[in-house]
Write a protein that binds this ligand. Structure first.
Ligand code: ASP
Ligand code: MG
Length: 460
């Protein structure tokens, strides 16, 4: 069994759905469970509809419902004819009525709870998956549509509900597994779930990758495919580095490291259920299905001489230098520093420290004034903004002594504010002025990937 997850742009219109169906057909022998997102933009539109209603803008909210209905009807009218077309249009009209009733409810109450937001948001995946199921059937696939709310059981933290693995596994084995065994293509939704009491929840924006990983992990899939609209994970941001290479295979750790730096890959939490069960995850491009994508596995068997896989960066970084004012009482200094960040819910990206000083980077400056005020009780604090972190990632960095010098040689003319080698030892990060970031990334990439051609099994 495999899980094939298709994101918003892979289900955005009739053409995308036809294309998706061809992709699924090729995998029939491997028993696919297909997990889909809402058509691109629809989740946003549903949430906007709810927001309009909560501001009493009933007319606008109802117009938005009409727009959502007509977007889906357009897809239906393109994919189907005759009775099936009428049936699906009727189905969409019923959903539009339900949404209009929700809008009225919110307008009357003048209140929008997270629980209601989830009810709104869940319609996107419900509609896209239902249309795709019928398209599968019209293409003579043996398809089984299942509402994910029957198996994806979560807690009650609406809009960011946490899936409950034990009960979800039981439900999956009860509801989904037998259909897979009987040769059905099971189609269901990412992103949505329900509480044990049956109230609709969602697991956080962009959550359908996580849904796919959970389903794959709990049903012991051979493979989890994440179909998106890029060729896979690249060696750097292609908008900066024109000849960025596609990475054919990388480790979970490398992918997770990159995700923290905002590279356009799966989020680390998304990958986790798959990592734990050693299930390979492949990122693929539905607009270019011939491309091999990027394979993410726990321990890739690749050439150890290939040290660097990718260079990521993040702008908008603030650097905070904190020097203890009580030189000889440095015990507990680090602890005190981190307590302050923790208290103000501010994530620290990288740190470099000595006994009496710490330099930390953050990108969320919402509580910076409070943080500084409290740090000043026991330290001198200097803050500089408009910084960028550049992060070199590669599994074999850890076995490469003297690497920092070698890596940073090509940019020895650039002022580096801080260097940190991650505890995982697979990343080397440094902080520079934001204005130099493009130039630095381009030059480093040129140097560090000069011999990428020697590793055809890793880069394309
Ligand atoms: N449709 C949801 C969203 O846009 C979930 C997803 O696409 O992953 O956030
Ligand atoms: Mg999406």
């Amino acid at each position: 069994m495999i899980v094939m997850k298709f994101g918003g742009t892979s289900v955005e219109d009739a053409k995308a759905i036809r294309n998706l169906t061809e992709i699924v057909k090729k995998e029939l022998p491997r028993k696919p469970v297909v997990i889909v997102s809402a058509c691109s933009g629809i989740t946003n539109q549903l949430l906007q509809t709810a927001a309009l209603a909560s501001h009493g803008k009933k007319e606008e909210a109802l117009n938005s419902v009409a727009a959502i209905e007509s977007r889906h009807k357009k897809i239906v009218n393109n994919l189907f004819e005759g009775d099936l077309q009428r049936f699906l249009n009727k189905h969409l009209a019923v959903i539009a009525e339900e949404l209009a009733a929700l809008v009225n409810g919110v307008v009357v109450l003048g209140e929008l709870t997270n629980r209601s937001l989830d009810t709104f948001a869940a319609y996107g995946e419900r509609m896209s998956s239902f249309i795709i199921h019928h398209y599968f059937e019209s293409q003579r696939l043996k398809s089984f549509w299942v509402d994910a709310r029957s198996f994806m059981i979560t807690d009650e933290q609406y809009t960011k509900a946490i899936p409950q693995f034990e009960i979800t596994e039981r439900k999956l084995r009860e509801i989904v597994q037998p259909k897979v065994n009987n040769g059905y293509v099971v189609i269901s939704q990412g992103f949505i779930g329900s509480t044990p009491a049956g109230i609709t929840t969602t697991i956080g924006r962009g959550g359908s990758d996580y849904s796919a990983a959970i389903i794959g992990a709990l049903l012991d899939a051979e493979d989890i495919q994440i179909w998106t609209d890029v060729d896979g994970i690249l060696s750097s941001d292609p908008s900066v580095v024109k000849d960025a290479k596609k990475i054919k295979v990388m480790s979970f750790n490398e992918a997770a490291e990159l995700a923290y730096f905002g590279a356009r890959v799966l989020h680390p939490e998304t990958i986790l259920p798959a990592v734990k069960k050693n299930i390979p995850v492949r990122v693929l491009n539905s607009k270019n299905p011939g491309s091999s994508g990027t394979l993410i596995v726990s321990k890739p068997k690749t050439d150890k001489r290939c040290i660097v896989k990718s260079i990521a960066y993040k702008e908008g970084i603030t650097l905070i230098s904190i020097v203890s004012t009580r030189m000889f009482l440095a015990t507990g200094f680090l602890e005190n520093v981190f307590d302050v960040f923790h208290k103000y819910e501010t994530v620290v990206h990288t740190v470099a420290s000595s006994e009496v000083s710490v330099t930390a980077t953050i990108d969320n400056t919402k509580n910076l004034v409070h943080i500084i005020r409290e740090l000043k009780h026991f330290a001198t604090v200097t803050v500089s903004d408009k910084k960028a972190i550049v992060c070199i990632v590669g599994d074999h960095l850890r076995n490469s002594p003297g690497l920092a010098v070698k890596m940073l040689g090509p940019i020895s003319d650039v002022n580096i504010n801080m260097i940190s080698q991650g505890a995982s030892e697979i990343n080397l990060s440094f902080v520079i002025d934001e204005e130099h970031v493009d130039d630095v990334v381009i030059r480093l990439h040129k140097e560090l990937f000069a011999n990428a051609g020697n590793f055809p099994e890793i880069f394309e």
